[in-house]
Design a protein around this ligand. Structure first.
Ligand SMILES: NC(=O)c1ccc[n+]([C@@H]2O[C@H](COP(=O)([O-])OP(=O)(O)OC[C@H]3O[C@@H](n4cnc5c(N)ncnc54)[C@H](OP(=O)(O)O)[C@@H]3O)[C@@H](O)[C@H]2O)c1
Length: 168
């Protein structure tokens, strides 16, 4: 079993604005769905509030310090990253799902980065004035491949590249 992280960020490291992902890139979302299908996914409470629903076909874990925060049925609550990682690893073990994922936001990605074996990083080829930014993560020393490249077209206002970084 291995902890993975998946996120999409712009060239200026923006991942969010006003509680939402500030772009619509259908094939990038399809890639996210395919990579995380059947897996445990860990998200912060603000990321959950973006959609307020179960992401179907995955074991959803929301991290919040608020024991009363309302979650829709079927979503697991964790009070910190350690608890979330335990729940995710337990699910992966029971379901012979090799990987489990942290999918954002900032604090959970930063805290889980030292533990991650694989990072799926989409770079959206634009700069955005958002309100939620990741730091610059350095992947030199990791093994990196490009798994998707998308040009601008009618459905995609921005080009993007999906990188898969595996810890050497
Ligand atoms: N582009 C992408 O790939 C991507 C991915 C995910 C999210 N986003 C965007 O990013 C924004 C949300 O990210 P964010 O960083 O602001 O918020 P977030 O991490 O999604 O949520 C923050 C909240 O989660 C809980 N939390 C986070 N870390 C915790 C920890 N270590 N221990 C306990 N609780 C913890 C706390 O909830 P309580 O306050 O309830 O205690 C905290 O206030 C949105 O705009 C979203 O759309 C983008």
């Amino acid at each position: 079993m291995a902890l993975c992280i998946i996120f999409a960020r712009t060239e200026n490291h923006c991942i969010g604005h006003n509680g939402q992902v500030p772009w619509k890139l259908p094939s990038e979302y399809a890639s996210f769905e395919q990579i995380t299908a059947g897996k445990a996914i860990i998200m912060g409470r603000r990321s959950y509030a973006d959609h307020h629903s179960l992401l179907e076909g995955r074991f959803n874990i929301v991290v919040t310090r608020n024991a009363d925060y309302p979650l829709v049925e079927g979503i697991q609550r964790a009070s910190d990253l350690d608890e979330a990682l335990s729940l995710a690893a337990e699910y992966a073990d029971k379901n012979t799902a090799a990987d489990y994922f942290v999918i954002g936001g900032v604090d959970l990605i930063i805290k889980s980065m030292p533990l991650a074996k694989t990072v799926y990083e989409t770079i959206v080829h634009t700069c955005i004035t958002g309100d939620t930014f990741l730091p610059n993560f350095e992947f030199s020393g990791w093994s990196t491949e490009i798994i998707q490249n998308q040009a601008v077209d009618q459905q995609h206002a921005y080009a993007y590249t999906v990188y898969k970084h595996q810890r050497a």
